[in-house]
Design a protein around this ligand. Structure first.
Ligand SMILES: Nc1ncnc2c1ncn2[C@@H]1O[C@H](COP(=O)(O)OP(=O)(O)OP(=O)(O)O)[C@@H](O)[C@H]1O
Length: 624
């Protein structure tokens, strides 16, 4: 049993607590120095009642938290979740040679791919996505597309988009879809949950679809009675390689690929560390046109020419690119971006996508891209979305468990993600909350593959609506109905700092939904304080009293570390922008400076599509 109740008696603060348990977390006395020099608790004192396990359970049930239930794989499959074993072996559309250009509908598969009750639908605040200025840099004109119909997409892709329930493009899609269709290298930055995945998946698949017959490699005929995955294998020859940092994200992007490839002869596959090698071989051996992979497993397979060859790859896409451009991945990324020894395609297209893109990563990205690559940015690189209500409360270091317990009871129950900075902390907190009747599950890098898949399924399907995770393990996750993100530990600089914070809180309020992000702050978080305050001010969220001294003074503009970028101002930038063309911004960090107003940018800020250039020569995606 954990020592959860070793706190001092609830102190004087208790008086005001009952009425507003989350209202005032100003440290008593407000003096930083006092807390630094003593062990005196500085914030409000939280309390967990002393109950037996049954009493805890009934307290949780009374508050509306369902009991965690064992995962029912039959039901999960029936509802369209995927395969019960390894998700990578779930069904994809299987093409047959006599299909002609477009395959017939398969209602059972269609229901699985598009009908899952847990699939995200756009929220009531979707229009807010369009209120952010879009900035373009690069020498080539791009006309944004407001609707999918006007983008000139392949009819099957258009049909699949409809089945997904996407009715209009998001701002990032409005620009990246035409850019990719024009064959450009693209770096794209837009807020979490704004549809970046479809922003590359749709145009790439649409482009390949028209020529699929010519381009795709031969595949075994799996409908033949004699087919045996062990002996009828082919070498996988993907046309598209999508690289992502985590296994769960790889599976999620594969799901998007499965949807967009429905009724086409393009076959998506996913491979990642933790997927047993025999399964990896079998799946790739069925033929692979779109390969989604984690970097380690991909590099491993690139050295096995009897399983995978990169010689036909036409598109390499790096998702969560700033994470992938970190030094930890340098060797793998170099190998992948080199395209493999046998890559034949001189027009190989490279793309990078993320919600955050610090300057160091941008500098590195540039060395991999074509000279005329286009850069699209929605808002500031690393900007949080206003659909997220951010709250920062002061919680003493030794009071966090009690605080999170109380917080979970103070809120209406709903899907909640809690982030910790270490795997050990994830385990401890999961035990603590679970033993107190709450329906938790958890995930981190030390769990085996089956445990990881179980945890994410339990969370997605609401069997365990509270998920405790380390930040990196949850990058890019898109789970419907996440109402609340809690930063139990704020990510210090060591854990990715403010960019990590942006990714974490971005698990809620996706694609037009609203959500809440609560962060526990104490004096150990000083290193992120200024960045945090800047983000709160930028998003018009309340800055708590204990951080008020960091707010910009009246008339002072917000300073972000990434505000300046030499790439379009200095010599390097001159290389990236063709002669005679003006970049549309003064850099990536901040919206364009007013002095660029009126410049003939050469970009389409076309009135006829509903987009217009604002005074500062950014392109505002108005009308959403
Ligand atoms: N045009 C659209 N209309 C409605 N929903 C969409 C549209 N495009 C994408 N979506 C949905 O929006 C959700 C978020 O998309 P996605 O995961 O691609 O976001 P993201 O920008 O990559 O986020 P992150 O930065 O967190 O990875 C997904 O559930 C996706 O199905």
């Amino acid at each position: 049993m954990t020592d959860w109740n070793t706190n001092p008696e609830p102190a004087a603060a208790a008086e005001g607590e009952a009425a507003t348990p989350w209202g005032d977390n100003t440290p008593e006395g407000g003096e930083e120095t006092a807390a630094e020099t003593s062990n005196e608790p500085k914030g409000k004192q939280y309390d967990v009642p002393q109950l037996n396990p049954e009493e805890f359970k009934s307290k949780a049930r009374d508050a509306g938290w369902a009991e965690k239930t064992a995962f029912n794989y039959d039901e999960f499959e029936r509802l369209g979740g995927g395969d019960a074993e390894y998700h990578a072996t779930s069904k994809v559309y299987e093409w047959q040679d006599d299909f002609g250009d477009v395959g017939p509908e398969v209602p059972e598969l269609e229901r699985i791919l598009f009908g899952g009750e847990f699939q995200m639908r756009k929220g009531d605040h979707y229009k807010n996505l369009g209120e952010i200025p879009v900035t373009l840099e690069g020498p080539t004109k791009v006309d944004p597309v407001r609707s999918f119909e006007e983008a000139g997409l392949h009819p099957v892709v258009l049909q699949n988009i409809k089945l997904c329930g996407y009715t209009e493009t998001t701002p990032i899609q409005a620009y990246t879809i035409p850019a990719v269709l024009q064959g450009m290298d693209v770096v794209a930055v837009a807020q979490t949950g704004s549809g970046k995945t479809a922003g590359y998946m749709i145009p790439v698949i649409s482009k390949l679809m028209g020529k699929a017959k010519k381009l795709t490699a031969a595949k075994p005929n799996m409908s033949q009675p004699g087919y045996n995955p062990r002996y009828s294998k082919v070498v996988a020859e993907p046309l598209v390689v999508i690289v992502v940092p985590t296994r769960e994200l790889a599976m999620q992007i594969w799901d998007e690929a499965r949807r967009m490839c429905y009724r086409s002869m393009l076959r998506p596959c996913v491979v990642y560390g933790g997927l047993p090698m025999p399964i990896t071989r079998d799946e790739l051996g069925k033929g692979c046109d779109i390969l989604i992979a984690t970097p380690g497993r991909l590099c491993d397979l690139m050295g096995k020419p009897d399983i995978l060859t990169m010689r036909r790859v036409k598109y390499t896409i790096i998702d969560e690119a700033d994470e992938m451009l970190q030094s930890d991945w340098e060797e793998e990324l170099r190998t992948i971006m080199a395209g493999g020894d046998t890559n034949e395609d001189a027009d190989h297209v490279y793309m990078m996508y993320s919600a955050t893109f610090p300057k160091g990563a941008r500098d590195m990205a540039r060395q991999y891209m074509a000279d005329d690559y286009i850069r699209v940015r929605v808002g500031r690189a690393g900007q949080a979305h206003k659909n997220i209500r951010q709250e920062v409360i002061f919680v003493d270091y030794q009071q966090k468990r009690e605080a999170v317990f109380e917080l979970l009871f103070a809120m209406e129950p709903g899907r909640t993600m809690i982030f910790c900075n270490s795997k050990a902390q994830v385990d401890l907190l999961d035990d603590f909350l679970y033993n107190r009747g709450l329906p938790t599950t958890s995930i981190h890098g030390d769990r085996n593959q089956r445990e990881r898949e179980d945890a994410i399924r339990a969370f997605r399907t609401g069997k365990a609506p509270i998920l405790i995770a380390t930040g990196v393990s949850a990058r890019g996750w898109d789970v419907a109905g996440v109402k609340h993100v809690i930063n139990y530990d704020l990510p210090s600089t060591l854990y990715g700092g403010i960019n990590e914070y942006i990714h974490r809180i971005g698990r809620t309020a996706r694609i037009g939904h609203q959500g809440l992000a609560t962060s526990f702050y104490n004096e150990k978080n000083d290193d992120i304080a200024q960045d945090l305050v800047n983000v709160l001010v930028e998003c018009e969220c309340e800055v708590p009293e204990f951080l008020a001294h960091l707010k910009p003074q009246d008339g002072e503009t917000l300073q972000f570390d990434d505000d300046t970028d030499e790439e379009v101002e200095g010599e390097e930038g001159a290389d990236a922008v063709a002669e005679g063309d003006e970049p549309v911004t003064d850099g990536w960090g901040a919206p364009a400076a007013a002095d660029a107003a009126g410049a003939d940018t050469g970009f389409a800020a076309a009135a006829d599509t509903g987009f217009k250039a604002d005074e500062s020569a950014t392109v505002t995606a108005s009308g959403w």
